[in-house]
Design a protein around this ligand. Structure first.
Ligand code: HEM
Length: 505
Protein backbone atom coordinates (compact mmCIF):
# COMPACT_ATOMS: atom_id res chain seq x y z
CA UNK A 1 0.00 0.00 0.00
CA UNK A 2 2.76 2.44 0.97
CA UNK A 3 4.48 1.86 -2.38
CA UNK A 4 1.23 2.59 -4.27
CA UNK A 5 0.86 5.83 -2.31
CA UNK A 6 4.48 6.67 -3.08
CA UNK A 7 3.93 6.16 -6.85
CA UNK A 8 0.77 8.29 -6.62
CA UNK A 9 2.60 11.08 -4.81
CA UNK A 10 5.53 10.93 -7.29
CA UNK A 11 3.11 11.13 -10.21
CA UNK A 12 1.21 14.13 -8.79
CA UNK A 13 4.44 15.87 -7.84
CA UNK A 14 6.06 15.18 -11.22
CA UNK A 15 3.05 16.18 -13.34
CA UNK A 16 1.40 18.88 -11.31
CA UNK A 17 3.02 20.34 -8.19
CA UNK A 18 6.62 20.87 -9.39
CA UNK A 19 5.70 22.29 -12.85
CA UNK A 20 3.25 24.76 -11.24
CA UNK A 21 5.86 25.97 -8.77
CA UNK A 22 8.46 26.39 -11.53
CA UNK A 23 6.08 28.26 -13.83
CA UNK A 24 5.24 30.74 -11.10
CA UNK A 25 8.87 31.43 -10.15
CA UNK A 26 9.98 31.89 -13.77
CA UNK A 27 7.02 34.11 -14.67
CA UNK A 28 7.91 36.26 -11.62
CA UNK A 29 11.33 36.83 -13.26
CA UNK A 30 9.76 37.74 -16.59
CA UNK A 31 10.57 34.42 -18.30
CA UNK A 32 7.62 33.00 -20.19
CA UNK A 33 7.08 31.24 -23.50
CA UNK A 34 4.43 29.74 -25.75
CA UNK A 35 1.25 28.73 -23.95
CA UNK A 36 1.27 25.00 -23.13
CA UNK A 37 -1.72 22.69 -23.68
CA UNK A 38 -2.85 20.42 -20.85
CA UNK A 39 -0.74 17.20 -20.73
CA UNK A 40 0.96 17.64 -24.13
CA UNK A 41 2.47 21.10 -23.44
CA UNK A 42 4.07 22.39 -26.68
CA UNK A 43 4.96 18.93 -28.05
CA UNK A 44 2.29 18.87 -30.77
CA UNK A 45 3.15 22.37 -32.01
CA UNK A 46 6.84 21.54 -32.14
CA UNK A 47 6.35 18.29 -34.00
CA UNK A 48 3.97 19.97 -36.50
CA UNK A 49 6.52 22.75 -37.17
CA UNK A 50 9.40 20.28 -37.54
CA UNK A 51 7.42 17.89 -39.80
CA UNK A 52 6.58 20.83 -42.04
CA UNK A 53 10.15 22.21 -42.20
CA UNK A 54 11.86 18.87 -42.93
CA UNK A 55 9.19 17.65 -45.36
CA UNK A 56 11.30 18.77 -48.34
CA UNK A 57 15.02 18.42 -49.10
CA UNK A 58 17.21 21.55 -49.03
CA UNK A 59 17.29 23.13 -52.50
CA UNK A 60 21.12 23.11 -52.54
CA UNK A 61 24.01 21.97 -50.34
CA UNK A 62 23.99 24.83 -47.82
CA UNK A 63 24.44 24.97 -44.06
CA UNK A 64 21.75 27.45 -43.06
CA UNK A 65 19.91 24.65 -41.25
CA UNK A 66 18.66 26.06 -37.93
CA UNK A 67 15.30 27.13 -39.39
CA UNK A 68 14.89 23.66 -40.85
CA UNK A 69 15.86 21.66 -37.77
CA UNK A 70 14.70 23.95 -34.95
CA UNK A 71 11.86 26.00 -36.49
CA UNK A 72 10.17 26.32 -33.08
CA UNK A 73 13.38 27.79 -31.60
CA UNK A 74 13.59 30.36 -34.42
CA UNK A 75 9.93 31.36 -34.05
CA UNK A 76 9.92 31.58 -30.26
CA UNK A 77 13.31 33.24 -29.81
CA UNK A 78 12.06 36.06 -32.08
CA UNK A 79 8.94 36.35 -29.94
CA UNK A 80 10.32 35.80 -26.41
CA UNK A 81 14.03 36.63 -26.67
CA UNK A 82 17.08 34.73 -25.50
CA UNK A 83 15.42 32.87 -22.61
CA UNK A 84 12.04 31.23 -22.80
CA UNK A 85 10.19 28.22 -21.45
CA UNK A 86 8.95 25.38 -23.64
CA UNK A 87 6.79 22.58 -22.24
CA UNK A 88 7.67 19.00 -23.07
CA UNK A 89 4.34 17.57 -21.94
CA UNK A 90 4.19 18.63 -18.31
CA UNK A 91 7.96 19.14 -18.05
CA UNK A 92 9.04 22.82 -18.38
CA UNK A 93 12.35 23.42 -20.16
CA UNK A 94 14.26 26.69 -20.12
CA UNK A 95 15.91 27.32 -23.47
CA UNK A 96 19.13 29.20 -22.73
CA UNK A 97 21.42 30.80 -25.32
CA UNK A 98 23.28 33.44 -23.30
CA UNK A 99 26.88 32.28 -23.44
CA UNK A 100 27.94 33.81 -20.11
CA UNK A 101 25.12 31.97 -18.32
CA UNK A 102 25.89 28.73 -20.18
CA UNK A 103 29.52 28.97 -19.13
CA UNK A 104 28.52 29.58 -15.52
CA UNK A 105 26.09 26.64 -15.54
CA UNK A 106 28.52 24.15 -17.10
CA UNK A 107 31.64 25.19 -15.22
CA UNK A 108 30.30 26.17 -11.79
CA UNK A 109 27.06 24.32 -11.08
CA UNK A 110 27.96 20.77 -12.05
CA UNK A 111 27.43 19.52 -8.47
CA UNK A 112 23.82 20.71 -8.32
CA UNK A 113 22.68 19.89 -11.86
CA UNK A 114 22.58 16.74 -13.99
CA UNK A 115 20.28 14.28 -15.74
CA UNK A 116 16.56 14.53 -15.21
CA UNK A 117 14.36 11.63 -14.15
CA UNK A 118 12.73 11.58 -17.62
CA UNK A 119 16.11 11.36 -19.38
CA UNK A 120 17.22 8.55 -17.10
CA UNK A 121 13.95 6.67 -17.69
CA UNK A 122 14.31 6.99 -21.47
CA UNK A 123 17.76 5.35 -21.48
CA UNK A 124 17.54 3.10 -18.42
CA UNK A 125 16.98 -0.11 -20.36
CA UNK A 126 19.93 0.27 -22.68
CA UNK A 127 22.66 2.18 -20.80
CA UNK A 128 21.31 1.99 -17.26
CA UNK A 129 23.38 3.71 -14.59
CA UNK A 130 26.43 4.28 -16.84
CA UNK A 131 28.46 7.51 -16.67
CA UNK A 132 26.34 9.43 -19.19
CA UNK A 133 23.21 9.17 -17.03
CA UNK A 134 24.70 9.15 -13.51
CA UNK A 135 24.25 12.02 -11.06
CA UNK A 136 25.86 13.31 -7.85
CA UNK A 137 28.28 11.08 -5.94
CA UNK A 138 27.67 8.13 -8.32
CA UNK A 139 28.73 10.29 -11.28
CA UNK A 140 31.81 11.48 -9.41
CA UNK A 141 32.87 7.92 -8.55
CA UNK A 142 32.25 6.60 -12.08
CA UNK A 143 34.05 9.48 -13.78
CA UNK A 144 37.03 8.82 -11.49
CA UNK A 145 37.02 5.10 -12.39
CA UNK A 146 36.75 5.68 -16.14
CA UNK A 147 39.17 8.64 -16.48
CA UNK A 148 42.41 6.54 -16.60
CA UNK A 149 41.04 4.71 -19.68
CA UNK A 150 41.23 8.01 -21.61
CA UNK A 151 44.64 9.33 -20.58
CA UNK A 152 47.34 10.10 -23.16
CA UNK A 153 49.27 6.82 -22.98
CA UNK A 154 46.11 4.68 -23.14
CA UNK A 155 44.89 6.63 -26.14
CA UNK A 156 48.10 5.84 -28.00
CA UNK A 157 47.38 2.15 -27.41
CA UNK A 158 43.90 2.45 -28.95
CA UNK A 159 45.35 4.11 -32.07
CA UNK A 160 46.51 0.68 -33.25
CA UNK A 161 42.87 -0.51 -33.55
CA UNK A 162 41.90 2.68 -35.37
CA UNK A 163 44.66 2.27 -37.96
CA UNK A 164 43.98 -1.48 -38.45
CA UNK A 165 40.21 -1.10 -38.90
CA UNK A 166 40.63 1.88 -41.26
CA UNK A 167 43.23 0.06 -43.36
CA UNK A 168 40.84 -2.90 -43.77
CA UNK A 169 38.07 -0.52 -44.86
CA UNK A 170 40.37 1.17 -47.41
CA UNK A 171 41.26 -2.22 -48.92
CA UNK A 172 37.60 -3.22 -49.19
CA UNK A 173 36.57 0.13 -50.69
CA UNK A 174 39.38 -0.05 -53.24
CA UNK A 175 38.02 -3.41 -54.45
CA UNK A 176 34.40 -2.27 -54.42
CA UNK A 177 34.84 1.03 -56.21
CA UNK A 178 37.00 -0.74 -58.75
CA UNK A 179 34.01 -2.98 -59.64
CA UNK A 180 31.10 -0.49 -59.40
CA UNK A 181 30.85 3.12 -60.57
CA UNK A 182 32.67 4.39 -57.46
CA UNK A 183 29.58 5.54 -55.58
CA UNK A 184 29.60 4.79 -51.86
CA UNK A 185 27.15 5.73 -49.09
CA UNK A 186 29.83 6.93 -46.73
CA UNK A 187 27.53 7.35 -43.69
CA UNK A 188 26.90 3.60 -43.38
CA UNK A 189 30.61 2.86 -43.89
CA UNK A 190 31.51 5.29 -41.09
CA UNK A 191 28.96 3.69 -38.74
CA UNK A 192 30.39 0.22 -39.35
CA UNK A 193 33.93 1.50 -38.96
CA UNK A 194 33.40 3.34 -35.66
CA UNK A 195 31.39 0.38 -34.29
CA UNK A 196 34.33 -1.93 -35.18
CA UNK A 197 36.81 0.42 -33.54
CA UNK A 198 34.88 0.86 -30.30
CA UNK A 199 34.21 -2.93 -30.11
CA UNK A 200 37.95 -3.64 -30.43
CA UNK A 201 38.88 -0.85 -28.03
CA UNK A 202 36.44 -2.08 -25.41
CA UNK A 203 36.79 -5.83 -25.81
CA UNK A 204 40.15 -6.53 -27.52
CA UNK A 205 40.29 -10.24 -28.25
CA UNK A 206 36.60 -10.78 -27.37
CA UNK A 207 35.77 -8.42 -30.23
CA UNK A 208 33.50 -10.78 -32.21
CA UNK A 209 31.25 -11.39 -29.22
CA UNK A 210 31.38 -7.65 -28.49
CA UNK A 211 30.10 -6.85 -31.99
CA UNK A 212 27.23 -9.30 -31.66
CA UNK A 213 26.34 -7.71 -28.36
CA UNK A 214 26.44 -4.22 -29.83
CA UNK A 215 24.15 -5.26 -32.70
CA UNK A 216 21.54 -6.22 -30.11
CA UNK A 217 22.22 -2.99 -28.23
CA UNK A 218 21.55 -0.92 -31.36
CA UNK A 219 18.13 -2.57 -31.77
CA UNK A 220 17.47 -2.10 -28.06
CA UNK A 221 18.30 1.61 -28.35
CA UNK A 222 15.79 2.01 -31.23
CA UNK A 223 13.05 0.24 -29.28
CA UNK A 224 13.68 2.44 -26.22
CA UNK A 225 13.48 5.57 -28.42
CA UNK A 226 10.13 4.34 -29.78
CA UNK A 227 8.89 3.55 -26.28
CA UNK A 228 9.74 7.04 -24.92
CA UNK A 229 7.46 8.57 -27.55
CA UNK A 230 4.69 6.99 -25.52
CA UNK A 231 3.59 8.43 -22.20
CA UNK A 232 6.24 7.93 -19.51
CA UNK A 233 5.19 8.15 -15.86
CA UNK A 234 6.59 6.69 -12.63
CA UNK A 235 6.11 2.91 -12.78
CA UNK A 236 5.23 2.83 -16.55
CA UNK A 237 8.20 0.60 -17.37
CA UNK A 238 6.61 -2.22 -15.35
CA UNK A 239 3.52 -2.38 -17.60
CA UNK A 240 3.46 -5.55 -19.76
CA UNK A 241 3.21 -3.62 -23.07
CA UNK A 242 4.62 -4.93 -26.38
CA UNK A 243 7.57 -2.49 -26.18
CA UNK A 244 8.35 -3.33 -22.56
CA UNK A 245 8.35 -7.09 -23.28
CA UNK A 246 10.64 -6.73 -26.30
CA UNK A 247 12.95 -4.34 -24.45
CA UNK A 248 13.19 -6.74 -21.52
CA UNK A 249 14.16 -9.71 -23.70
CA UNK A 250 16.77 -7.72 -25.73
CA UNK A 251 18.27 -6.34 -22.52
CA UNK A 252 18.52 -9.87 -21.13
CA UNK A 253 20.39 -11.08 -24.22
CA UNK A 254 22.82 -8.11 -24.19
CA UNK A 255 23.59 -8.68 -20.51
CA UNK A 256 23.99 -12.44 -20.99
CA UNK A 257 26.69 -11.82 -23.61
CA UNK A 258 28.36 -9.19 -21.44
CA UNK A 259 28.44 -11.48 -18.40
CA UNK A 260 30.06 -14.21 -20.53
CA UNK A 261 32.83 -11.84 -21.66
CA UNK A 262 33.41 -10.44 -18.16
CA UNK A 263 33.37 -13.87 -16.51
CA UNK A 264 35.92 -15.34 -18.92
CA UNK A 265 38.22 -12.34 -18.17
CA UNK A 266 37.86 -12.92 -14.44
CA UNK A 267 38.46 -16.67 -14.85
CA UNK A 268 41.73 -16.02 -16.75
CA UNK A 269 42.94 -13.66 -14.00
CA UNK A 270 41.88 -16.01 -11.20
CA UNK A 271 43.51 -19.06 -12.84
CA UNK A 272 46.73 -17.06 -12.97
CA UNK A 273 46.82 -17.02 -16.79
CA UNK A 274 47.12 -13.24 -16.68
CA UNK A 275 48.08 -10.82 -13.94
CA UNK A 276 45.53 -8.17 -14.93
CA UNK A 277 42.19 -8.14 -16.75
CA UNK A 278 43.75 -6.75 -19.93
CA UNK A 279 44.54 -3.33 -21.36
CA UNK A 280 41.36 -2.80 -23.38
CA UNK A 281 38.62 -0.57 -21.97
CA UNK A 282 36.83 -3.48 -20.26
CA UNK A 283 40.09 -4.70 -18.72
CA UNK A 284 40.86 -1.24 -17.37
CA UNK A 285 37.41 -0.91 -15.85
CA UNK A 286 37.74 -4.35 -14.21
CA UNK A 287 41.20 -3.49 -12.86
CA UNK A 288 40.00 -0.13 -11.50
CA UNK A 289 36.93 -1.78 -9.99
CA UNK A 290 39.09 -4.43 -8.28
CA UNK A 291 41.36 -1.82 -6.76
CA UNK A 292 38.29 -0.17 -5.17
CA UNK A 293 36.72 -3.52 -4.37
CA UNK A 294 33.94 -3.84 -1.84
CA UNK A 295 33.20 -7.56 -1.45
CA UNK A 296 29.57 -6.95 -0.40
CA UNK A 297 28.90 -5.07 -3.57
CA UNK A 298 29.99 -7.55 -6.23
CA UNK A 299 26.62 -7.65 -8.01
CA UNK A 300 26.41 -3.87 -8.09
CA UNK A 301 29.92 -3.70 -9.50
CA UNK A 302 29.10 -6.20 -12.23
CA UNK A 303 25.98 -4.24 -13.22
CA UNK A 304 27.98 -1.01 -13.25
CA UNK A 305 30.67 -2.45 -15.52
CA UNK A 306 28.01 -3.73 -17.91
CA UNK A 307 26.29 -0.32 -17.92
CA UNK A 308 29.62 1.41 -18.54
CA UNK A 309 30.46 -0.88 -21.51
CA UNK A 310 27.06 -0.13 -23.06
CA UNK A 311 27.44 3.61 -22.37
CA UNK A 312 30.82 3.88 -24.08
CA UNK A 313 29.50 2.09 -27.14
CA UNK A 314 26.37 4.25 -27.29
CA UNK A 315 28.11 7.58 -26.56
CA UNK A 316 31.21 6.82 -28.59
CA UNK A 317 30.33 5.36 -31.95
CA UNK A 318 27.38 7.17 -33.52
CA UNK A 319 28.64 10.67 -32.60
CA UNK A 320 32.04 9.99 -34.16
CA UNK A 321 30.47 8.33 -37.22
CA UNK A 322 28.36 11.44 -37.81
CA UNK A 323 31.34 13.76 -37.40
CA UNK A 324 33.16 11.71 -40.07
CA UNK A 325 30.15 11.57 -42.39
CA UNK A 326 29.50 15.33 -42.32
CA UNK A 327 33.20 16.10 -42.69
CA UNK A 328 33.40 13.87 -45.78
CA UNK A 329 30.34 15.64 -47.21
CA UNK A 330 31.85 19.07 -46.55
CA UNK A 331 35.18 18.13 -48.12
CA UNK A 332 33.50 16.46 -51.10
CA UNK A 333 31.64 19.73 -51.65
CA UNK A 334 34.79 21.87 -51.17
CA UNK A 335 37.52 20.45 -53.42
CA UNK A 336 39.92 23.30 -52.60
CA UNK A 337 39.94 22.41 -48.90
CA UNK A 338 40.08 18.70 -49.76
CA UNK A 339 43.24 19.31 -51.80
CA UNK A 340 44.76 21.56 -49.14
CA UNK A 341 44.24 18.93 -46.42
CA UNK A 342 45.60 16.17 -48.71
CA UNK A 343 48.79 18.17 -49.40
CA UNK A 344 49.26 18.68 -45.67
CA UNK A 345 48.79 14.95 -44.93
CA UNK A 346 51.33 13.97 -47.59
CA UNK A 347 53.82 16.50 -46.30
CA UNK A 348 53.45 15.44 -42.65
CA UNK A 349 52.89 11.68 -43.02
CA UNK A 350 54.74 10.86 -46.25
CA UNK A 351 53.30 9.24 -49.35
CA UNK A 352 51.42 6.34 -47.70
CA UNK A 353 49.34 8.85 -45.71
CA UNK A 354 49.05 6.56 -42.66
CA UNK A 355 49.51 8.93 -39.70
CA UNK A 356 51.30 8.06 -36.49
CA UNK A 357 49.90 9.42 -33.24
CA UNK A 358 52.78 11.91 -32.92
CA UNK A 359 52.05 13.36 -36.37
CA UNK A 360 48.40 14.12 -35.63
CA UNK A 361 49.04 17.45 -33.89
CA UNK A 362 50.86 18.66 -37.03
CA UNK A 363 47.74 18.23 -39.19
CA UNK A 364 46.52 21.77 -38.50
CA UNK A 365 44.37 22.24 -41.62
CA UNK A 366 42.63 18.92 -40.94
CA UNK A 367 42.04 20.06 -37.36
CA UNK A 368 40.42 23.29 -38.60
CA UNK A 369 38.17 21.34 -40.98
CA UNK A 370 37.07 18.95 -38.21
CA UNK A 371 36.26 21.88 -35.90
CA UNK A 372 34.29 23.62 -38.64
CA UNK A 373 32.36 20.40 -39.25
CA UNK A 374 31.62 20.09 -35.50
CA UNK A 375 30.44 23.70 -35.52
CA UNK A 376 28.10 23.41 -38.52
CA UNK A 377 26.84 19.87 -37.75
CA UNK A 378 27.38 19.26 -34.00
CA UNK A 379 26.37 15.60 -33.44
CA UNK A 380 24.97 16.50 -29.98
CA UNK A 381 22.55 19.26 -30.98
CA UNK A 382 21.57 20.19 -27.45
CA UNK A 383 22.81 19.87 -23.89
CA UNK A 384 20.18 19.14 -21.25
CA UNK A 385 20.70 19.80 -17.52
CA UNK A 386 18.26 19.65 -14.61
CA UNK A 387 18.62 21.84 -11.51
CA UNK A 388 18.63 19.69 -8.36
CA UNK A 389 18.57 22.75 -6.11
CA UNK A 390 17.59 26.36 -6.61
CA UNK A 391 20.54 27.82 -8.54
CA UNK A 392 21.52 31.47 -8.91
CA UNK A 393 22.60 31.88 -12.53
CA UNK A 394 23.58 35.44 -13.47
CA UNK A 395 20.50 37.52 -12.68
CA UNK A 396 18.21 34.45 -12.72
CA UNK A 397 17.05 32.07 -10.01
CA UNK A 398 16.67 28.63 -11.57
CA UNK A 399 14.21 26.71 -9.40
CA UNK A 400 14.88 23.12 -8.36
CA UNK A 401 13.36 20.72 -10.89
CA UNK A 402 13.66 23.01 -13.94
CA UNK A 403 15.37 21.48 -16.99
CA UNK A 404 17.70 23.76 -18.90
CA UNK A 405 18.24 23.07 -22.60
CA UNK A 406 21.25 24.58 -24.35
CA UNK A 407 20.60 24.53 -28.12
CA UNK A 408 24.18 23.90 -29.31
CA UNK A 409 23.17 23.92 -32.98
CA UNK A 410 21.59 27.40 -32.74
CA UNK A 411 24.58 28.79 -30.79
CA UNK A 412 27.02 27.36 -33.36
CA UNK A 413 25.10 29.09 -36.20
CA UNK A 414 24.47 32.43 -34.48
CA UNK A 415 25.48 35.42 -36.64
CA UNK A 416 25.74 37.52 -33.50
CA UNK A 417 28.46 35.19 -32.15
CA UNK A 418 30.20 34.04 -35.35
CA UNK A 419 29.68 36.93 -37.77
CA UNK A 420 27.82 37.30 -41.05
CA UNK A 421 29.35 34.14 -42.51
CA UNK A 422 28.09 31.94 -39.63
CA UNK A 423 26.33 29.59 -42.05
CA UNK A 424 29.28 29.27 -44.44
CA UNK A 425 31.95 26.55 -44.42
CA UNK A 426 35.08 28.51 -43.48
CA UNK A 427 37.61 26.39 -41.52
CA UNK A 428 39.96 29.38 -41.45
CA UNK A 429 37.89 30.88 -38.61
CA UNK A 430 39.58 28.29 -36.38
CA UNK A 431 43.02 29.58 -37.37
CA UNK A 432 43.20 32.23 -34.66
CA UNK A 433 43.24 31.90 -30.90
CA UNK A 434 41.50 28.87 -29.37
CA UNK A 435 37.92 29.31 -28.19
CA UNK A 436 37.32 29.84 -24.46
CA UNK A 437 35.70 26.70 -23.03
CA UNK A 438 32.00 26.84 -22.32
CA UNK A 439 31.40 29.78 -24.65
CA UNK A 440 30.13 29.47 -28.19
CA UNK A 441 32.03 26.39 -29.46
CA UNK A 442 30.71 23.53 -27.34
CA UNK A 443 30.46 20.34 -29.46
CA UNK A 444 31.84 18.31 -26.52
CA UNK A 445 30.09 20.41 -23.81
CA UNK A 446 32.41 22.01 -21.22
CA UNK A 447 33.34 21.95 -17.55
CA UNK A 448 33.73 18.87 -15.33
CA UNK A 449 30.93 17.04 -17.16
CA UNK A 450 32.33 17.50 -20.65
CA UNK A 451 32.79 14.57 -23.05
CA UNK A 452 35.22 12.10 -21.51
CA UNK A 453 35.90 10.65 -24.97
CA UNK A 454 36.78 13.98 -26.65
CA UNK A 455 40.49 13.18 -27.21
CA UNK A 456 39.60 9.63 -28.27
CA UNK A 457 37.08 10.99 -30.82
CA UNK A 458 39.46 13.64 -32.20
CA UNK A 459 42.28 11.10 -32.55
CA UNK A 460 39.95 8.62 -34.25
CA UNK A 461 38.56 11.27 -36.62
CA UNK A 462 42.05 12.45 -37.63
CA UNK A 463 43.38 8.93 -38.23
CA UNK A 464 40.37 7.90 -40.33
CA UNK A 465 40.10 11.13 -42.33
CA UNK A 466 43.85 11.40 -42.97
CA UNK A 467 43.86 7.82 -44.27
CA UNK A 468 40.77 8.19 -46.48
CA UNK A 469 41.77 11.60 -47.87
CA UNK A 470 45.23 10.37 -48.82
CA UNK A 471 43.89 7.21 -50.51
CA UNK A 472 40.85 8.58 -52.36
CA UNK A 473 39.66 11.64 -54.18
CA UNK A 474 35.96 12.16 -53.47
CA UNK A 475 33.14 14.26 -54.88
CA UNK A 476 29.45 14.57 -54.04
CA UNK A 477 27.36 12.15 -56.10
CA UNK A 478 24.41 13.50 -58.09
CA UNK A 479 22.31 11.07 -56.00
CA UNK A 480 23.06 12.95 -52.77
CA UNK A 481 20.00 14.71 -51.33
CA UNK A 482 20.91 17.35 -48.75
CA UNK A 483 18.31 16.76 -46.04
CA UNK A 484 19.68 16.97 -42.48
CA UNK A 485 17.28 15.78 -39.78
CA UNK A 486 17.53 15.58 -36.00
CA UNK A 487 16.83 12.26 -34.32
CA UNK A 488 18.73 12.83 -31.09
CA UNK A 489 21.78 13.66 -33.28
CA UNK A 490 21.97 15.47 -36.69
CA UNK A 491 21.79 12.84 -39.41
CA UNK A 492 21.70 12.98 -43.21
CA UNK A 493 18.17 11.67 -43.96
CA UNK A 494 19.20 9.67 -47.04
CA UNK A 495 22.87 9.11 -46.20
CA UNK A 496 25.79 10.80 -47.97
CA UNK A 497 26.59 9.38 -51.41
CA UNK A 498 30.09 10.21 -52.65
CA UNK A 499 32.05 9.17 -55.72
CA UNK A 500 35.37 7.70 -54.62
CA UNK A 501 38.36 7.58 -56.95
CA UNK A 502 41.34 5.70 -55.52
CA UNK A 503 44.82 7.11 -56.06
CA UNK A 504 47.31 4.57 -57.40
CA UNK A 505 48.95 2.84 -54.43
C1 HEM B 1 32.51 13.44 -32.26
C2 HEM B 1 32.32 12.61 -31.27
C3 HEM B 1 31.68 12.97 -29.95
C4 HEM B 1 30.89 14.04 -29.63
C5 HEM B 1 30.46 15.20 -30.52
C6 HEM B 1 30.55 13.89 -28.23
C7 HEM B 1 29.79 14.80 -27.52
C8 HEM B 1 29.52 14.68 -26.17
C9 HEM B 1 28.81 15.66 -25.41
C10 HEM B 1 28.25 16.97 -25.95
C11 HEM B 1 28.73 15.20 -24.13
C12 HEM B 1 28.07 15.90 -22.97
C13 HEM B 1 26.61 15.50 -22.94
C14 HEM B 1 25.87 16.25 -21.89
O1 HEM B 1 26.45 16.68 -20.92
O2 HEM B 1 24.66 16.38 -22.03
C15 HEM B 1 29.36 13.91 -24.10
C16 HEM B 1 29.47 13.12 -22.97
C17 HEM B 1 30.03 11.87 -22.98
N1 HEM B 1 30.71 11.26 -24.00
FE1 HEM B 1 31.01 12.05 -25.83
N2 HEM B 1 31.11 12.73 -27.76
C18 HEM B 1 31.83 12.15 -28.77
C19 HEM B 1 32.56 10.99 -28.69
C20 HEM B 1 32.67 10.19 -27.58
C21 HEM B 1 33.46 8.98 -27.50
C22 HEM B 1 34.35 8.45 -28.61
C23 HEM B 1 33.23 8.44 -26.27
C24 HEM B 1 33.79 7.18 -25.65
C25 HEM B 1 34.58 6.34 -26.22
C26 HEM B 1 32.31 9.32 -25.57
C27 HEM B 1 31.82 9.10 -24.31
C28 HEM B 1 31.09 10.02 -23.60
C29 HEM B 1 30.64 9.79 -22.23
C30 HEM B 1 30.83 8.53 -21.41
C31 HEM B 1 29.99 10.96 -21.84
C32 HEM B 1 29.38 11.27 -20.47
C33 HEM B 1 30.40 12.03 -19.64
C34 HEM B 1 29.90 12.43 -18.28
O3 HEM B 1 28.69 12.61 -18.12
O4 HEM B 1 30.74 12.58 -17.40
N3 HEM B 1 32.01 10.37 -26.40
N4 HEM B 1 29.86 13.62 -25.35
Amino acid sequence: MTSILRVLYDTISCYWLTPRRIKKIMAGQGVTGPKPRPLTGNILEISAMVSQSVSKDCDSVHHDIVGRLLPHYVTWSKQYGKRFIVWNGTDPRLCLTETELIKELLMKHNGVSGRSWLQQQGTKSFIGRGLLMANGQDWHHQRHLAAPAFNGERLKGYARHMVECTTRLVERLRKEVGKGGGEVEIGEEMHQLTADIISRTEFGSSFEKGKELFNHLTVLQRRCAQATRHLCFPGSRFLPSKYNREIKSLKKEVERLLIEIIQSRRDCAEMGRSSTHGDDLLGLLLNEMDSHKNKNNDNNNLQLIMDECKTFFFAGHETTALLLTWTMMLLADNPTWQEKVRDEIREVCGCDGLPSVDQLSKLTSLNKVINESLRLYPPATLLPRMAFEDIKLGDLIIPKGLSIWIPVLAIHHSEELWGKDANEFNPERFGGKPFAPGRHFIPFAAGPRNCIGQSFAMMEAKIILATLISKFNFAISKNYRHAPIVVLTIKPKYGVQVILKPFDS
